[in-house]
Design a protein around this ligand. Structure first.
Ligand SMILES: [Zn+2]
Length: 274
């Protein structure tokens, strides 16, 4: 290993550590989320490289800003992320595990299909987070995706809003364009920018929609015995809430990772036929 390579490797570790520590201090993650974030960040920066890492960083920053955006207002509504929005390891892995897996598969097999899959995993995670966090601020009540004539409270799993879907498309555009410009999808394959943006944005819509459908059907939903609110949390107002729909094992994180998996699958299919 030559000296410049060593310096480059040290820099990669340093950059991941610095962003991790800043995220910890800014309370974007808790200590377990920080550890999980190191695993995801290091795998992407070493197996994919700097440019792949920048795409991941975009997700992290957009998700962080969206979660903190009007946090007080969301907290008063009772729909904010807990612990000031600091994400734990389950949340980080639900959002980042498929990024780590797809970057590994692209490293092993090459081509470009896994590069598309990687972009779709990041954009679906971004789309879901943006749609959730911005959807909470929607002026009109969200509609249940499986029964659109029913309006639900903001924050109800399975609820969708126009604002949420615009946020989903925005995430697809951000990740699609940046992935193309940063060369995550190799230029030599003569892919034009529109193909990349189309595949990523469509897959993001697929992933977020699957997420919402599962959120409306099999995701565990509870009713609080104290305040009477519907919630996705098993504990509410300090008491154990009653399961009213779905399965206990299928919580928000499980639904999240299946949604992102659907976005990845969509990107794989679209990139093979594009
Ligand atoms: Zn309650």
């Amino acid at each position: 290993m030559t000296f410049p390579v060593l310096v480059d490797y040290a820099l990669r570790v340093l950059v991941v550590l610095v962003f991790g520590i800043v995220s910890l201090r800014k309370k974007l993650v808790d200590l377990t989320g920080f550890m999980a974030g190191l695993v995801v960040g290091l795998s992407v920066i070493f197996l994919g490289g700097w440019n792949w890492f920048i795409v991941l960083l975009l997700f992290h920053l957009v998700a962080g800003v969206a979660t903190k955006w009007k946090y007080e207002y969301k907290r008063r509504l009772g729909v904010a992320e807990e612990k000031g929005g600091a994400r734990g390891w389950r949340n980080v892995l639900a959002n980042g595990l498929l990024a780590s897996i797809t970057v590994s598969l692209e490293k092993i097999f090459g081509g470009q299909v896994w590069a598309y899959a990687y972009l779709a995993s990041v954009s679906t995670a971004m789309g879901d987070t943006l749609a959730t966090e911005l959807g909470l601020l929607s002026p009109s009540k969200p509609r249940l995706i499986t029964r659109p004539w029913i309006r639900v409270e903001p924050g109800t799993s399975g609820g969708v809003s126009l604002l949420g879907y615009l946020a989903t498309i925005l995430a697809g555009l951000i990740v699609g364009f940046s992935g193309y410009l940063l060369g995550v999808v190799p230029y030599e394959n003569n892919q034009d920018v529109l193909t990349t943006v189309f595949i990523v944005t469509t897959s993001t819509l697929v992933g977020v929609t699957v997420d919402s459908i599962l959120g409306a059907t099999i995701q565990a939903q509870y009713r609080c015995t104290v305040c009477g609110k519907l919630t996705e949390k098993p504990i509410h107002c300090g008491r154990r809430a009653i399961l009213v729909r779905g399965f206990k094992v299928i919580d928000n994180h499980v639904v999240n990772i299946i949604g992102i998996g659907s976005g990845v699958l969509s990107a794989l299919i679209l990139s093979l036929i594009a």
